[in-house]
Ligand binder design. Structure first.
Ligand code: ZN
Length: 85
């Protein structure tokens, strides 16, 4: 993962840590589960392999599980799978 993504990821993680300290919860934007900082990943909504950019608008807070399951799928391909379990 290259520069800008790492910077963004770190900034977001810092923010999330603050939220946790304030008693707020982090929610995976895909499965809506509450997650810990350890489970936190930033997923590319449009996969990089499909031209997705390292932009804030293309990144979403997801748990490791969802991030792995989504892989290079588009949202349209992935969301129907989510409702299966
Ligand atoms: Zn999830």
């Amino acid at each position: 993962m290259s520069g800008y993504y790492e910077i963004l990821r770190r900034a977001i993680k810092k923010n999330l840590r603050k939220q946790l300290e304030q008693g707020k919860l982090i929610t995976c934007q895909y499965c809506k589960k509450n997650i810990t900082l350890k489970e936190f990943t930033l997923d590319h909504v449009i996969a990089k392999s499909k031209g997705g950019k390292n932009k804030k608008s293309n990144l979403i807070i997801a748990c490791k599980n969802c991030n792995e399951r989504k892989g290079n799928k588009s949202l349209e391909e992935f969301l129907p799978l989510m409702t299966k379990d």
